[in-house]
Design a protein around this ligand. Sequence first.
Ligand SMILES: *Cc1c(COP(=O)(O)O)cnc(C)c1O
Length: 371
Amino acid sequence: MEKEEQSGKVQTDTFLAQIGNHQNPVTGSINTPIYFSTTYEHPTLGESTGYDYTRTKNPTREVVENALAVLENGAVGLVTSSGMSAIQLVFSQFPVGSQIVASRDLYGGSYRYFKELEKRGMYQFIYVDDETAFETAVSDFTTAIFIETPTNPLMSEVSIEKIAVLAKRHEAQLIVDNTFYTPLIQRPLDLGADIVLHSATKYLGGHNDLLAGAVITRSKELGERLAFQLNTTGAVLSPFDSWLLIRGLKTLSLRMERHEKNAQAVTAYLASCPYVKEVMYPGRGGMLSFKLKDASSIKAFLRHLSIFTFAESLGGVESLITYPTTQTHADIPKEVRESYGLTSDLLRISTGIEASEDLIADLTQAFEALK
Ligand SMILES: *Cc1c(COP(=O)(O)O)cnc(C)c1O
């Protein structure tokens, strides 16, 4: 939904804490009401309260859509039933035969979806590793560029500004999956992207209790086209889940601070750990990956962890450790994965908001059990 004019700019922390407040003059409710009603009474023929049917527009969902548009500094925000449906919504705009240039090191589910689109003859995908490769691959035939920065799980960054210049030169649309950094660390639309999307299941929701996606556009026209598509195809976020997302967003800033502090502490520990070959951390955010010197010890290492949970996903308050080879990235063929460094000795950590001393102690005892 279209962003409402922010009355009197406030700091992001203030904005986050106040999402949904001061919006209910009738009851004065501070917390956003959950409007479960699927349909709305029309005052008379040809008139509407602005709400007709919940797939088209819902008052609870509207609050979170407006908030996300403000946070990402876009014109229109939309929330969907999952991160994957957000990606699917964005791809629904492109005509058959379009060429898409994408980061090679991608979320496994995005890779699987792109393979499926390609198999059905919808689009052609070109995968590239770095800025130089983007320069070579993008041409006037390119319809869109899809990037993750940092990439998942190898944590390498590209300059959104540089790719945006390239996209503009070739009239290609730039789409950024900003799930890992959130708008608190990186605002892709300000750096020249056309669309930013999220798996709101991760940091935006933040509590491992919600599946959701978000799409924010720089231009109103593009946002309206996508809103039309979303209403047509229907993968909107439910009122209850919209409320959970509002609740999660209120503490995003506090959580990100702790996630980052913990990731920095864990990175420093792993970098000095004799069992570890390499640590990949871009210096910001709560995600890091590392490679073990002995890949055959991964099973025992994971079994000995008691505070870290061995599970897929990321961005929640609980620290998780993931084995991309068999979990998030299992759909990428082994040869492809290994060709760009996603090897079977790699583990990925999403640091939660626990005390970093406990996280480091947990890793230490699990390494010691390998002796
Ligand atoms: C999880 C994830 C997705 C997919 O989101 P879902 O909410 O699981 O559908 C997309 N991109 C990235 C970077 C992710 O981590």
